[in-house]
Structure formats: structure tokens, C-alpha cells
Design a protein around this ligand. Structure first.
Ligand SMILES: NC(=O)c1ccc[n+]([C@@H]2O[C@H](COP(=O)([O-])OP(=O)(O)OC[C@H]3O[C@@H](n4cnc5c(N)ncnc54)[C@H](O)[C@@H]3O)[C@@H](O)[C@H]2O)c1
Length: 363
């Protein structure tokens, strides 16, 4: 017997998950939900989905057992909490939370309700992250020393349109900007998930683009940094350098450019990936088919390095087997809390700040 699942948010990103969730062999009943009637009707018709809901509140009152939330980033934590309190298992797009208070509330709600929560961090299932986790399990890195990871996405590469689309009718000059370190999860996932360690301290700096008309003081974010760079100390004694750049002459990437250990190292750039040790180096090509998947997902992996299908399967399988997902709430807050504190450090010219942690998941 399979599960029932409703996808909330069929916007620019959510729509690419419709066929993956709907066609997963363990999803017996599938529904779509969106506040926007035009979007809901269009995608329900296109994918032949007969069960639809006009709001999160409405779907929470139904007997659907699990919900995938792919709504605007500032809604995630409170919507996930609402759904879990309504007795739903939750998959939620990144970032899990945008404040320390939200991180705290998310963990508390998972503990109190006992519902399954999974975060949809695409970097977790990128081939390079999986490759490095396997090397780590084999002990090939030795002791971890350092990781560099970055999310480069220039504003001119669709980000202005994304922001306008997300705000819709509420769009205005006060909504430009955003805080780069409040969306750090694609990069922070690499050191945290590969080293199985978390960030404990940070010192960060912000870059101000001359005469910036997007990142300004007079927006709801009150942020002038287009680019933020943070240096972290990790719980295993290693360090990590995270770059979140939104104004950069670069085609864009979500990657680790290097993970270094006392015995072996991984490096990656636009030209490709290399595994190195004290004897030399070898070009590697981490595969997208790194783990078993059911059909039809195995032949239709989806975007972000083929990670979409693995995310969908991980959540559906967790709900079906009532097991802890790998990107559970304790892991998810370790991807976003460090960025929230890093921004505070950048506002204080790099003051060294401690990062809260909510511990490991229970056994
Ligand atoms: N690599 C990645 O992991 C990745 C990439 C892109 C986007 N994202 C995430 O995906 C999320 C969605 O981005 P998008 O560009 O698709 O946004 P979007 O604005 O296009 O879509 C969001 C949709 O959610 C709907 N919605 C909001 N509140 C609702 C409610 N209460 N009930 C029902 N529907 C509701 C909106 O009507 C809208 O259609 C973002 O949070 C973003 O961070 C992640």
C-alpha cells in the first residue's frame, strides 16, 4: 500500500516535481494545491490530476497524509509547522528557515508532533556530494582539514525575474535585494553532509557593489551586501569557506571547489573534478546514477545534477517506511543557521560569533 501526497506550490520550481511525485510507484493518491487558480488549473490539467486544493489551509483539513511545500522561501518554516501540527508529514524546499527562532520552532514541532520532516536540499544528492560522502565513509580523506563551497548566481541570470514572480502583485522597489547568507544551503550542505560535522563559529564579510540599485538599505531586507563570504570553524576542528555571490562575472555554480583531508582531497571547478592524494591525482566523473531508484524516476532524474528524483524517493520512502529521512530537520537547520549568523557577523565587520546547534537526530 502506497502513500497519499499533496504538492503545495506549483510555481516556477514546484511544477518540475509534479511528474516525479505523481509517478512514484509508492504514491497511490496525488493532489495539487496553489493559491493561484490559473496555475492550479493549468498544471492539474496538463498532468491529469483530478484532486486539487486552493490553499495550504484547505489541504491541511483533508485526509492527505503528506505534503510537499514548494512555496516562496519566506513562508517555508511557518507553513511546515502548520502542516505538521495538522498531522501531515512534510517535505519542504530550501531554505528550511530564515531566522534562528524559525530553526528552533521547526525542531520543536518535529519533536512534539512526531511527524516526518525532510528538507529538499538539492546539493545533498549532487553526484560530487555523494562521491565525497563515499570517500569519507571509506576513510579516504583521513582527518578533514578544510572545505570550500560556493553558490554563484549573478543577478542578471534570472534572479530579478524570480523575485518579481515570487512577490507577484506585492512586488515593489522595497522588495529588491535579499540576503545572500539567508540562502546558503546549497553550499553549506557540502561540508556538513560530507564531514558529518556542523559549523560552530563564524566570521564573515560583505561586499558592496558600487551604486547598487538592487541591494539597498531601503528594502524590507535592509541589506547592502550583494556578496557575502564566511569563514567557519567546524565541530570536527576543520574549517570551511563559504561564498554566496549574487554579483559575479561567472556562469554560475552550486558546488564544493575543494574538500581537503590529511590523506586525500577532492577538487572541482568548471573544467571538471579531481581526486588527489599524496601519490598524485586522477580525473573523476561522479555518476548521477549513484543509488537505486524505482522506475520511472531512475530514467528521469530531473534537475540540479539529477538530484530531484533522489529527493522525491527519499521522502516517499521515509513516509512509507516511517523512517528518518537523511535530510531530516536536525540536518536541515545545520544548513541554514550558520548563514543566518554569518550575516550578523558581516554586519559587525567580521566579529567572531557562535552558531547555535540543535544536536543530532534521536536514535
Ligand atoms: N535548488 C533548489 O533547491 C531550488 C531551486 C529553485 C527554487 N527553490 C525553492 O523553491 C521555492 C519555490 O520557488 P518558485 O520560484 O517556484 O516560487 P513561485 O513563487 O514561482 O511559486 C510558489 C507558489 O506557492 C504558492 N503558494 C504560496 N503560499 C501558498 C499557500 N498558502 N497555499 C497554496 N499555495 C501557496 C504560490 O501561489 C506560488 O504559485 C523557493 O522557496 C525556492 O527557495 C529551490
Amino acid at each position: 500500500m502506497g502513500i497519499s501526497l499533496g504538492l503545495v506550490g506549483v510555481g516556477m520550481f514546484g511544477r518540475s516535481f509534479i511528474s516525479l511525485f505523481k509517478n512514484h510507484p509508492d504514491v497511490d493518491r496525488f493532489a495539487l494545491c496553489d493559491l493561484r487558480k490559473d496555475r492550479l488549473e493549468y498544471w492539474a490539467d496538463k498532468y491529469d490530476v483530478s484532486e486539487t486544493y486552493r490553499s495550504l489551509d484547505e489541504i491541511c483539513k483533508s485526509d492527505i497524509e503528506s505534503i510537499a511545500i514548494i512555496t516562496q522561501p519566506w513562508l517555508h518554516a511557518r507553513q511546515a509547522i502548520k502542516a505538521m501540527k495538522a498531522g501531515k508529514h512534510v517535505y519542504c524546499a530550501v531554505p528550511a528557515a530564515q531566522s534562528i527562532k524559525e530553526c528552533e520552532m521547526l525542531v520543536k514541532t518535529v519533536k512534539e508532533t512526531g511527524m516526518i520532516y525532510m528538507n529538499g536540499e538539492t546539493s545533498y544528492f549532487r553526484p560530487e556530494a555523494v562521491f565525497c560522502r563515499k570517500k569519507a565513509e571509506e576513510g579516504a580523506f583521513g582527518e578533514f582539514i578544510h572545505c570550500r563551497a560556493e553558490y554563484f548566481h549573478d543577478l542578471s541570470h534570472g534572479l530579478e525575474e524570480v523575485a518579481k514572480n515570487r512577490w507577484g502583485e506585492d512586488w515593489g522597489r522595497d522588495k529588491t535585494g535579499g540576503i545572500p547568507m539567508h540562502y546558503p544551503t546549497h553550499s553549506i550542505c557540502f561540508p556538513v553532509s560530507v564531514m558529518k560535522a556542523h559549523m560552530i563559529k563564524v566570521s564573515a564579510q560583505g561586499f558592496i557593489y558600487p551604486n547598487d540599485d538592487w541591494f539597498r538599505e531601503d528594502t524590507i531586507y535592509r541589506n547592502v551586501f550583494s556578496n557575502e563570504t564566511a569563514f567557519f570553524t567546524m565541530s570536527n576542528g576543520a574549517t570551511a569557506l563559504i561564498c554566496e555571490f549574487r554579483r559575479i562575472g561567472h556562469p554560475g555554480c552550486e558546488r564544493t571547489s575543494g574538500i581537503y583531508g590529511t590523506e586525500g582531497s577532492f577538487e572541482c571547478n568548471l573544467a571538471g573534478a579531481v581526486w588527489a592524494d599524496k601519490n598524485g591525482r586522477q580525473i573523476v566523473n561522479p555518476t548521477r546514477h549513484h543509488e537505486w531508484l524505482p522506475e520511472p524516476l531512475a530514467t528521469n532524474l530531473g534537475g540540479h545534477g539529477g538530484s530531484h528524483a533522489y529527493l522525491v524517493h527519499e521522502f516517499v520512502d521515509s513516509v512509507k517506511k516511517q523512517r528518518l529521512p537523511r535530510i531530516n530537520v536536525w540536518e536541515a537547520v545545520r544548513y541554514c543557521a550558520p548563514g543566518i549568523i554569518a550575516h550578523q557577523s558581516a554586519l559587525q565587520e567580521g566579529r567572531l560569533l557562535k552558531i547555535p546547534d540543535w544536536g543530532d537526530p534521536p536514535e
